[in-house]
Design a protein around this ligand. Structure first.
Ligand SMILES: [Zn+2]
Length: 338
């Protein structure tokens, strides 16, 4: 069996032969100021429904990709439910790309990792430390969920015996760092970064007043690597993040009647012809049709960064699936209530 590296090289080469059509709007979550009143406008103050949005932070491959300008890198998605931002995967450059979108790290209290390939998790320490370092010590612990070994992963990076201990230990100890912390409104002693980390599996993962998360174990590179897909249900809609996986019964069951499916789509045609651990347009459209989802968002693609190159992907899925098919650029936002 070919290795993942060989597969990705094949996928990149094939995808580079195509290209893409950007959907999704340049509408990063930014507070707007009403110039007449000088007050912050929010959905609540305007009497609108609270937003349900998908912010596309990372829609690419493990290496930076996108023919020409390299506009795609790794996987990361932010689901905005009202004022909450739920981060699904934390691939390369997530923190930097969120900043470019105008979304502060302090807005995120929950991270859901689909699996432990670096294109889905490598920016987690950067994200967690930036979030912690910009706060005054009153922020809630960062909750991190994922398949095993998520707890070990976080502990080995950010725990007291972790790789980043010298960093945060110096920042809670050095007088200059304490001074900066106090200037932010912090009250010494400065607390260490705090986490609530859980290894999770299939079934209910988390339930709050405004959203629930359910996971399914999906087919990717098991048994050496466990992979999950997540379904978020809110009172305004549902969305499934497939992560990296091939067509499998578990994903189909999880996505049944969901409003939106975010699916990897590496090429036009049939992925199973090469490997069954990821999807192409044939698999995505069959799943979309079978599950009755209303909208499909194509992601995890390395080459399609122009309308001409994305069109074959969209046409191939739309050929059988009658719902909405989007192929967004990174750093864009989709209004899931539209
Ligand atoms: Zn993967």
């Amino acid at each position: 069996m070919a290795t993942r590296r060989e597969f990705l090289a094949t996928g990149a080469a094939i995808a580079a032969a195509f290209s893409g059509t950007g959907a999704g709007s340049r509408a990063a979550e930014k507070e707007e100021t009403d110039p007449r009143k000088g007050q912050k406008k929010t959905a609540e103050t305007e009497g609108k429904r609270p937003p349900l949005r998908l912010h596309l932070v990372g829609c690419g491959y493990p290496p930076p990709s996108g023919s020409g300008d390299r506009t795609r890198h790794g996987s990361a998605f932010l689901l905005q439910v009202g004022r909450e931002f739920l981060l699904v995967d934390c691939g390369p450059g997530t923190t930097y790309k969120m900043a470019r979108m105008g979304i502060p790290t302090k807005n995120v209290n929950h991270v859901f990792l689909t699996h432990h390939h670096f294109d889905h998790n490598v920016d987690l320490p950067c994200f967690a430390l930036v979030r912690w370092d910009l706060c005054d010590g009153t922020e809630p612990p960062l909750k991190v969920y994922g398949p095993p070994p998520t707890r070990k992963f976080v502990e080995q990076l950010l725990g007291e015996d972790g790789a980043f201990f010298p960093d945060w230990h110096s920042r809670i100890s050095a007088p200059v760092s304490i001074s900066i912390f106090k200037n932010r409104g912090g009250v010494p002693p400065r607390p260490a970064p705090a986490f609530e980390t859980r290894d999770v599996g299939p079934g209910m993962v988390e339930e709050t007043a405004s959203w629930t998360v359910t996971a399914a174990r999906v087919h990717h590179l098991e048994p050496t690597l466990e992979s999950l897909a997540y379904r978020f249900d809110t009172d305004r809609g549902s969305i499934v993040f497939a992560g990296d996986c091939g067509d499998c019964p578990e994903l189909r069951e999880l996505a049944q009647d969901a409003d939106t499916l975010v699916a990897p789509c590496v090429l036009v045609g049939n992925a199973k012809k090469y490997y069954d651990v990821i999807m192409a347009t044939d698999e995505v459209r069959e799943i979309a049709k079978a599950t009755g989802v209303r909208r499909v968002v194509l992601a995890h693609n390395g080459g399609a960064n122009s309308p001409e190159k994305r069109k074959p992907f969209i046409d191939a899925v739309s050929n059988v699936f009658s719902g909405e098919v989007l192929f967004p650029d990174e750093l864009t936002t989709i209004d899931l209530l539209s």
